[in-house]
Ligand binder design. Structure first.
Ligand SMILES: [Fe+2]
Ligand SMILES: [Fe+2]
Length: 306
């Protein structure tokens, strides 16, 4: 199923990239990426502004202070992330979020580090492709730039229309990443498009059955970070144990794969080097926070928010 652009997507200079109703077929995307547009200079992620300092700060914040507790874990992840170079407009987006919606900014950074950590365990090709692989983190939610801050920061249930605009960040992100990297087939573009899909086809934007484990690593990290983070719509976050139980539950239901969940649990027990020996309890003992409008729509229809 081809993704459809429901709302026009503009670049950071307000130039229309793709109009409403466009079907993003492989042919269309080939032409789109071949179009002569200006190229953008790039910069190293960890050398830009306060990014490395901000990421190190995340490593000290629960539950990441446990996951990244070992010096060797931080060193390894940062060594991989040193290879990440991104086009300057991506940093403009990160600056925008750092100023206006700090959660989204820190989310982009920590997802980059966490996916790096998990992929290192799961994919034997990882060490040789490290620099390319870890492009994913900061780029997966690039499309959030197209979502009004009022929707991103809303503390009340969203309307169906608002949820639609929010969910459109995946398709918009696919367009933006393809545009700025001039590549729509690479993993970074695929992750931007498909990181909200599920193994059993219950996700969005296309409702496909997700089969790509590398994409799924971002999905699992994304869900985890959404659960444990404080958000305007849920001032009290899931405690870490309950968040891990939710992920275990989702893996059991077939929404997501076990492998990334297992690595995440292992690092939460500070047993990162012994992932294979981890056994995961199926019990659900934790309680999700009460003040939580996540998944509730103002129009009284239910569904996932993000
Ligand atoms: Fe997303
Ligand atoms: Fe995300």
């Amino acid at each position: 199923m081809e993704p459809i652009v429901k709302y026009p997507v503009y670049d950071l200079e307000n130039q229309l990239l793709v109009g409403e109703g466009t079907e993003l077929s492989p042919d269309f995307m080939n032409g789109f990426c071949r179009e002569k547009r200006k190229s953008y200079p790039s910069a190293q992620l960890l050398e830009y502004g306060d990014i490395e300092k901000d990421l190190r700060q995340q490593f000290t914040t629960p539950p990441y202070n446990v996951i990244f507790a070992r010096e060797e874990t931080k060193t390894k992840v940062l060594a991989v992330m040193e290879h990440i170079r991104l086009p300057l407009p991506v940093f403009q987006v990160m600056d925008y979020f750092r100023k206006n919606d700090f959660h989204t900014y820190r989310h982009m950074l920590i997802i980059s580090a966490l996916t790096t950590l998990i992929l290192d365990h799961l994919d034997p090709r990882y060490s040789s492709l490290a620099g390319e692989f870890s492009h994913f983190g900061p780029l997966h939610d690039l499309g959030k730039y197209t979502v009004p801050l009022a929707v991103l920061m809303e503390n009340k249930p969203l309307t169906i229309k608002e949820r639609d605009i929010l969910r459109h960040h995946a398709v918009a992100g696919y367009v933006l990443v393809s545009h700025y990297l001039k590549d729509h087939r690479g993993l970074a573009s695929m992750i931007a498009l498909d990181h909200h899909e599920r193994r059993n086809g219950t996700g969005y934007s296309r409702g496909i059955e997700q089969e790509n484990l590398t994409v799924e690593v971002t999905t699992v990290c994304d869900i985890y970070d959404a659960l444990i983070a404080q958000r305007p719509y849920r001032p009290i976050s899931f405690d870490n144990r309950t968040a891990l139980e939710e992920l275990t539950w989702m893996a059991r239901q077939g929404d997501i794969s076990w492998e990334p969940v297992q690595v995440l649990v292992a690092y939460n027990r500070q047993k990162g080097t012994e992932v294979e020996e981890i056994s995961i309890s199926m019990e659900r003992r934790g309680k999700p926070p009460k003040q939580n409008v996540y998944g509730i729509l103002a129009d009284e229809e239910r569904g996932d928010r993000m």
